[in-house]
Design a protein around this ligand. Structure first.
Ligand SMILES: [Mn+2]
Length: 392
């Protein structure tokens, strides 16, 4: 004990000595990171991506819920909620896990070869707003926290095109939020927030499960709070009028059912279904065509991605794994096939890092899928329409 205390004293002495050298701060994208102000040798690129909140290794972190001083066009937001899970809990650690899985992605620059764009070097301002504070003791309260936190970040003037008309209900251009879940229950409060901003919206839903189950079918619905969970949130979204009629689509479905009527109920909720196994017949091109034909290219679209779309071989760390899914390459190809669509927001959910391999397969897959989504959003540019108005 005495030895280790002596060691600590010696270490703190060393840190002070380093601080006296007057090192200059890093230049470039890491300049704003907190550790640049600490005594030491100033850090290197290799050090910097392994410290603190450093989504994709280089996005600035800003506590947007505490202050609206910083403007952005695209913001990442964590929703660490997992008390709506039916099988494996743990997705509350999804946001930090996905950030960790994202760190390596642009060590070499971040240029997306197939999409021919670099999302990190455009004029658009992209940052990580950290997490919404979410209670793990009261689902009804947590769902409100997620809706209000998301809506606070969403209803702000963006960095670019702030005064140009946009797609929102009020005719404004809004920033786009990419939410890191969290179990899939979070999509209900996210769609409530989106509805306040845009009205009913078209949803593209990648998942092995329908998630439109009636509460009596999924979980038995012993109480009003229990009726809202990660298998029923689309049923509630449809009943609340948050979804645009008959324009929504699931992709990657391969779940077992309570019976064939689950599909009838799903159609009633406004969804078409692309089964995972269809890829064997129509390929990724056929699946992309089905999705694009269903949602159209002008429609505002919300994108929700359950990591269990992937086969557990590629993403084992998830709440309700289903074998027979797509590979990471196939899912990334299908998502890139949605280039040009009007994504007004997105989420990726059900990443539960405790079940991952030591190689971080699932968190890495989640981050890489988001990289495709981010690139598509950046290529599209701000969601403004028409000419700038001069009122400020
Ligand atoms: Mn699922």
């Amino acid at each position: 004990m005495i030895v280790s205390i002596a060691g600590l004293v010696a270490l703190s002495g060393l840190a002070t000595a380093h601080g006296d050298h007057g090192q200059s701060q890093l230049a470039g994208p890491h300049q704003g990171l907190w550790y640049n102000t600490l005594p030491g040798d100033g850090g290197t690129q290799a050090d910097s991506v392994f410290s603190g909140i450093s989504t994709f290794g280089r996005l600035p972190y800003y506590p947007c819920l505490a202050s609206d001083a910083e403007k952005y066009d695209i913001a990442f937001l964590g929703a660490p909620f997992d008390t709506g899970t039916s099988y494996r809990p743990g997705a509350r650690f999804g946001p930090s896990g996905i950030r960790q899985g994202s760190r390596r992605l642009n060590l070499y620059g971040g240029y997306n070869v197939p999409l021919q764009a670099n999302p990190f070097t455009s004029d658009m301002r992209i940052l990580d707003c950290g997490d919404v504070p979410v209670t793990s003791y009261d689902n009804a309260w947590a769902i409100r926290q997620i809706e209000e936190g998301h809506n606070s970040i969403l209803m702000r003037k963006p960095y670019l095109d702030a005064n140009k008309p946009g797609l929102s209900r009020a005719g404004k251009t809004l920033p786009r939020i990419i939410t890191l879940g969290g179990d899939h229950t979070i999509t209900l409060p996210l769609l409530r927030s989106i509805n306040k901003a845009y009205g009913p919206v078209t949803v593209i839903h990648f998942d092995s499960h329908l998630d439109s189950w009636k509460p009596k079918v999924f979980g038995g619905s012993p109480s009003e709070v229990a009726a809202i969970n990660h298998g029923t949130y689309f049923y509630h979204a449809a009943m609340e009028g948050l979804l645009r009629n008959d324009t929504n689509i699931h992709a990657g479905i391969r779940t077992t059912l309570s019976g064939p009527s689950d599909y009838d109920n799903d159609g009633y909720c406004g969804f078409e279904i692309v089964e995972a196994r269809e890829i064997d017949v129509i390929g990724t091109d056929g699946i992309i065509k089905k999705i694009r034909d269903r949602v159209g290219t002008d429609n505002p679209v919300y994108l929700s991605i359950d990591i269990d779309t992937l086969d557990p071989a590629f993403a084992p760390a998830t709440g309700t794994p289903e074998t027979g899914g797509w590979s990471t390459r196939e899912l990334r190809t299908i998502i890139r096939g949605l280039d040009g669509l009007n994504f007004i927001g997105a989420d990726i959910v059900e990443v539960a890092p405790a079940y991952d391999t030591n190689a971080e397969l699932s968190t890495m897959a989640a981050a890489d899928v988001l990289y495709e989504v981010l690139t598509i959003m950046v290529k599209k540019g701000p969601l403004s329409v028409g000419e700038e108005s001069h009122e400020l």
